[in-house]
Design a protein around this ligand. Structure first.
Ligand code: NAP
Length: 424
């Protein structure tokens, strides 16, 4: 019987699904000892710090992650950063294979004038802020304006716009960070414009997300019927299933009887942002009507760009165009990559399951003799590491704090709080 040691770096969906795939590939003769290394004191990646808190069903996949973590032959090393606490060279010495599953955490930039003005922020900061990510505990966002513009036509733009345009008391029964609920309750924002540079037929929203918008109880959702009809006529009869489903959902939104709530979420299409302007902070966004020279502007005090992500680079790993350089998940000898760090920021959480399973098959094909490297537990101070049982203590404390408030959990925000809940 061969027992191979595999390190998975990153405790998000791609990392857990890689661990699950290895567990499923085990036989009487082939066993794996899996160590998951995560820079935060908490695992679950985007399921904890990305998924919108008003979408609790999506987060139920965390139960699958916990099953994987407690299936045996699995250790969590939370609060341990690759490149700082341990190097890739050390992992290569200690493990038979190393799997990078660190996602894409850096927001892409538009590269237009005024993008760095105060009041212009990336979804890559706003989303972890409202989800209580420790790195954004001190992030400041000024919501003292009536109009916000969200650039991008994907599900992240939609999450961001919904979070800004919801009646904030709707977030009370969710696990939104307390600091974000408090700030959103003080927010003066009443109009959120989601802006797409192309037409509705090219929007990257998915139809379940579009179909839930008309159900918002305290927000007017506006789409111009003429925009959707023009898109339908542009695409004609030979239309892809997903595009048709999206356009059907958008048509329903555009035909919905007008409501008269305080808060409005409005979609605009075929508008390319060319400049953010303002004296010392964002005061307006200048758009060009896509495909023409005509420009127009929207006065606003906040712009959030949600135009995709890139992977942050880790020393010792090759990157190109925001991804780890790889061939079907193979990076170099004994080094693999899965998830967004491998293929870029696309797909839903479940997409990572088949993606990771494919890469783990290659990993198993490539395995040679078992190495006799050391144990990572011997090089990390025990007082630092959040193990699975420490994490279970954090998890239980957060869930218990939520119970009397009718919330799934109250998230601890700072690293200090998290470590102390974990008992270290
Ligand atoms: P995305 O789906 O790729 O959407 C990015 C959007 O940004 C596109 O509309 C794109 O327009 C636009 N864009 C890119 N560069 C731009 C530029 N320079 N100027 C203006 N617009 C620009 O990415 P995402 O929203 O970050 O989502 C990432 C992945 O996570 C997606 O697969 C998404 O479905 C998934 N996700 C799923 C959920 C859910 O299931 N509820 C929630 C959140 C995220 P073009 O098409 O014109 O390039």
């Amino acid at each position: 019987m061969q027992n191979y040691k595999v390190a998975i770096v990153g405790a998000g969906p791609a990392g857990y699904f890689a661990a699950q795939a290895l567990q499923n590939l085990q036989t009487d003769d082939l066993q794996f000892s899996i160590d998951m290394i995560e820079r935060l004191p908490t695992p679950w990646g985007l399921v904890r710090s990305g998924v919108a808190p008003d979408h609790p069903k999506i987060k139920t996949v965390a139960k699958v992650f916990e099953k994987i973590a407690t299936a045996g032959n699995f250790r969590l090393f939370g609060n341990v950063e690759l490149g700082t606490d341990v190097s890739i060279e050390q992992l290569n010495e200690m493990y038979d294979a190393v799997v990078i599953a660190t996602g894409s955490a850096v927001g892409k930039k538009l590269g237009i004038p005024g993008e760095d003005l105060p009041g212009s922020i990336s979804a890559a900061h706003f989303v972890p802020w409202y989800n209580a990510h420790p790195d954004f505990a001190d992030f400041k966002i000024d919501l003292n304006c009536t109009t916000a513009v969200v650039i991008g036509a994907g599900n992240v733009a939609m999450d961001v716009a919904r979070m800004l345009a919801l009646e904030p008391s709707e977030l009370d029964p969710t696990d939104t960070a307390d600091h974000a609920i408090a700030a959103l309750k003080e927010s003066s924002i009443r109009e959120v414009v989601i802006s797409a540079r192309r037409g509705p037929e090219h929007a990257a929203f998915t139809s379940p997300e579009l179909r839930e918008l008309p159900k918002l109880e305290h927000t007017n959702v506006l789409m111009a019927k003429s925009d959707i009809e023009a898109a339908i006529s542009r695409v004609g009869d030979e239309i892809e299933k997903d595009t048709k489903s999206n356009l059907d959902a958008m048509l329903l939104i555009s035909e919905k009887e007008a409501t008269n709530h305080d808060r409005t979420m409005k979609f605009q299409f075929l508008a390319t942002p060319v400049e953010f302007k303002g004296a010392g902070k964002v005061e307006e966004v200048i758009f060009q009507k896509t495909g023409s020279d005509e420009t127009f502007s929207i006065k606003c005090g906040l712009v959030i760009t949600a135009i995709g992500y890139e992977a942050a680079s880790i020393p010792g790993i090759p990157y190109e165009r925001g991804k780890v350089v790889n061939n079907e998940g193979r990076v170099s000898e004994n080094l693999y990559v899965v998830g967004w760090a491998k293929r870029g920021p696309s797909g839903v959480i479940g997409t990572n399951k088949s993606d990771a399973a494919d890469v783990m098959k290659l990993l198993v094909e490539d395995l040679k003799g078992v190495k006799n490297g050391g144990d990572i537990a011997d090089i990390l101070p025990a007082s630092k590491v959040i193990s699975q049982s420490h994490w279970e203590a954090i998890n239980a404390a957060e869930v218990a704090a939520g119970e009397p408030l009718g919330k799934p959990r109250v998230k601890a925000v700072t690293r200090e709080e998290l470590l102390s809940l974990g008992g270290i």
